[in-house]
Design a binder for this molecule. Structure first.
Ligand SMILES: Cc1ncc(COP(=O)(O)O)c(C=O)c1O
Length: 369
């Protein structure tokens, strides 16, 4: 999709997927399934849960009980299903605009009411979620039952601290609000920032479901295998009682085998990926500051996404559309991420440094006042 949705000369810097080769074990797992002709019915493989549990412990110091992990087809399905499990029709679901655009469909799709907890931007261009804003929102929205967190946050690249998360969970507990934490970008956190999995925060277990997959780290979203991690057995039971075994469908054998391979063998590879992306991030930030000072942005703490305020560059109300036409670079339009996205574009730098340079070479002449 990233490279085929546009004409051949357009450089793709939009959909959140990177372009790097994956660990060889992933392709080997797929070849094995193909060579076996094992394309018929298969059992849901408990090794996926076990592999995730080892991955979570090694990379994030997070002890996951494999029996609390449910397989889903993708992370978004896990977020949607978790929201349905943790709330009732008509309840309020809080999202954090500007946010990964499908979140704007979440409440509508599951028959809930959307409540917005907007990020704020300070003088330096840094985006933040103010806990007092959440308190005020909860005071005027007694029906709020779920907070859908994007953690790390897409598109701003913010990673909230352990102390902040602790306070967040206390507020949620005081207001009987459950948490759905989308942690699909959690492996892509840069040195200097610490990622705290929601389910390691004291008090979170009884009210939280985490959704994640290999999708962002290993660019494997097309293989359709993700996990929903319940914080405790009671939450897991609520999930099982809501959906039974059949309603949500199941991942397929190639997806499961490739996922097991990635989480079992991808540690060193992921270290290399993060180091490479970090160097790319530094280079992009330096170039943008030097060559396009009219663009306001903050260095992302996580993700391979740069959230750029290009409102001073005379690109009109649809700057990504204008840049596609003028620079032949495909970016994501900021407005689709909701309030706060006006005048912004999201740039995906999950590609080679050479290609990042070519992308900037094309964009910079159009990012001037
Ligand atoms: C925050 C976030 N959640 C979920 C997804 C989609 O994940 P999946 O394809 O596993 O549903 C993305 C993809 O960009 C994302 O950025």
């Amino acid at each position: 999709m990233k490279w085929s949705d546009h004409d051949g000369d357009v450089l793709g810097a939009w959909v959140a997927e990177h372009d790097f080769d994956r660990p060889s074990e992933v392709a080997a797992a797929l070849h094995r399934v193909a060579d076996l002709g094992a394309w018929g019915y298969c059992r849901t493989d408990p090794d996926v849960q076990r592999a995730f549990s080892v991955w979570a412990a090694e990379r994030h110091g997070w002890a996951v009980d494999p029996s609390l992990v449910t397989l889903t087809v993708d992370s978004i399905q896990a977020v949607w299903a978790a929201t349905a499990v943790l709330s009732e029709p008509g309840d309020g679901v809080i999202i954090t605009p500007p946010v990964y655009f499908p979140f704007h469909l979440l409440a509508r799709d599951v028959g809930r009411e959307q409540l917005d907890w907007n990020l704020r931007r300070d003088e330096s261009g840094r985006w933040d979620l103010d806990l007092d804003d959440l308190r005020a929102l909860l005071a005027r929205s007694p029906n709020a039952r779920v907070l859908a967190m994007c953690h790390p946050h897409n598109p701003t690249g913010r990673v909230m601290s352990a102390a902040w998360l602790r306070e967040l969970v206390e507020i949620c507990a005081d207001h009987d609000v459950s948490i759905v934490s989308d942690e699909i970008h959690a492996d892509l956190v840069y040195p200097g920032t610490e990622f705290t999995p929601m389910l390691t925060v004291p008090g979170a277990a009884e009210r939280t479901i985490v959704a994640t997959s290999t999708g962002k780290t290993f660019a494997m979203s097309g293989l359709r295998c993700a996990v929903a991690v319940a914080g405790d057995p009671a939450v897991k039971q609520r999930w099982d009682a809501t959906f039974g075994d059949l309603l949500l469908g199941r991942p397929n054998r190639p997806g499961m085998d490739a996922t097991i391979a990635a989480w079992s063998h991808g540690g060193e590879w992921t270290d290399g990926l993060v180091a490479y992306l970090d160097a790319g991030r530094t280079r992009l930030v330096e170039r943008l500051r030097a060559e396009a000072p009219a663009v306001r942005f903050c260095r992302p703490e996580a993700t391979y996404l740069l959230w750029l305020d290009v409102s001073a560059c005379g690109l009109g109300e649809a700057p990504a559309e204008a840049l596609l036409a003028r620079a032949r670079v495909s970016l994501s339009e900021g407005s689709i991420f909701g309030a706060g996205g006006e005048g912004h574009v999201r740039l995906n730098f999950g590609t080679s440094h050479e290609l990042c340079d070519r992308i900037l070479d094309r964009l910079v002449p159009h990012l001037q006042p």
